[in-house]
Design a protein around this ligand. Sequence first.
Ligand code: 5RP
Length: 223
Amino acid sequence: MENLKKQVGIEAAKFVKDGMIVGLGTGSTAKYFVEEIGRRVAEEGLNIVGVTTSNVTFDLAQSLNIPLKSIDEVEYVDLTVDGADEVDPKYNGIKGGGAALLMEKIVATYSNDCIWIVDGSKIVETLGKFPLPVEVVPYGARRLLAKFEDKGYNPKMRLSGDDYLVTDMGHYIIDLHLEKIEDSYALADELDNTVGVVEHGLFNDMISKVIVARETGVEILEK
Ligand code: 5RP
């Protein structure tokens, strides 16, 4: 599995060209992409600027001497490469398994192109088996939990040890165990309009390609 993840990371890095501003995703698959970019910067003199999507990715990119800017220091990002937790046939997906969905969505929003790198198990017919992460403001989080319970969304506060997990941006995460999301656009609208929700892990219409690692090799799916 690790070798397959590495392969898609390296494959995605081939889309990165000199002069680009590159969004650097988060997670165990995106890590290989960032490492490959670091290798090319060091060994091939690749000239890019990276924009990171989490503190973990920032630390990794910095340790690899990838030149970095924050999203506020660039007008746009040319290409972002990130992992995902589920991808459906419309190329919509769930992200946030690694709790970085807010920064990931901000960077994706200002990106001219986004590619996801995943293993084959993440390609699904219908989103929702993977719990949908919802990032919420701590104040009122229990009220939101109760609200989602009333709606039958099977919410669970995400924990880190015995405490609520706190994201890089200082929020909590409520995971919705929905099993099936019939309409990812309607649910995204509903969550976007819920007070106290900062962001959610539904990424609709944000990517052009998925690079999939399968036992049989790497497959590039284009929208
Ligand atoms: C982090 C994410 C990750 O990209 C997603 O969880 C996939 O991670 P991995 O490649 O480790 O399975 O959205 O918030």
